[in-house]
Ligand binder design. Structure first.
Ligand code: HEM
Ligand code: HEM
Length: 178
């Protein structure tokens, strides 16, 4: 299997980045809701360290992924009609945008709340902004709205992948799989 993408197939690097990110985000969403639901306690702090660490890992993988995507080719679209093609592309750009917006808004929320971030209890991140209640509320709001949009787009994205595989019976899902 090739590392690079071709016009027919995703290469293994793109596949690994796609599926690793997907797994991390499926952990990340419940982790965020769970962290929020807890009362202030050492457990809550620990869950938030996990949430921030996994979230920044997603961000790091995203940067690699975008660099790799800009550098190489991507497989051709296979849809005959234009509307689903635009929908798919729109969903993909939205997903990329959300994977930037979520970590940055989370990072700003923590900074504005004056809570230092230490990824996996090891790597300190600098504060992006100084302590500020208004900025904190705004960033938390952006984070939360992004979560809602993410959930909606993922339903479409996964629904479309299953539709291709089960109904249209083309190779869209297969070419992203190993
Ligand atoms: C959090 C979860 C996920 C995210 C953030 C995500 C994101 C993305 C993005 C951004 C692309 C576009 C790749 C590009 O053109 O550069 C993509 C492609 C794809 N995704 Fe996902 N994805 C997720 C989960 C899933 C799941 C669960 C499935 C299958 C059930 C799936 C199936 C696919 C397929 C088949 C493609 C390739 C489409 C093509 O070859 O044209 N994804 N994904
Ligand atoms: C892919 C990335 C991420 C996803 C999917 C995600 C998802 C979530 C979810 C579902 C919640 C609970 C609902 C809410 O209040 O919004 C949440 C809350 C939160 N997340 Fe994230 N998150 C991500 C990245 C990050 C990062 C990187 C940080 C910090 C560095 C972070 C910091 C926070 C904070 C501080 C809250 C509580 C917000 C509040 O006080 O309302 N998140 N996140």
């Amino acid at each position: 299997m090739d590392m690079s993408n071709t016009s027919e197939q995703w290469g293994w690097l793109s596949k690994i980045l796609h599926w690793l990110t997907a797994v991390l985000i499926f952990i990340q969403i419940p982790l965020g809701f769970y962290a929020e639901s807890l009362k202030l306690s050492p457990l809550k702090m620990d869950i938030f360290v996990w949430h921030k660490s996994v979230g920044m890992l997603v961000f790091l993988l995203l940067i690699l992924r975008l660099l790799w995507r800009i550098k190489g080719t991507i497989p051709d679209t296979v849809n005959a009609s234009r509307i689903p093609q635009y929908l798919a592309q729109g969903a993909h750009y939205l997903l990329y945008g959300l994977m930037i917006l979520l970590p940055i808004s989370g990072w700003i929320t923590s900074s504005a709340a004056n809570i230092p971030i230490k990824l996996f209890w090891l790597i300190p991140l600098p504060a992006l902004v100084g302590p500020d209640d208004a900025v904190k509320s705004l960033a938390a709001e952006v984070h939360e709205i992004s979560v809602c949009v993410l959930l909606a787009v993922l339903v479409l994205h996964i629904g479309a992948a299953l539709r291709h595989h089960l109904l249209l019976r083309d190779n869209i899902l297969k070419r992203m799989w190993f």
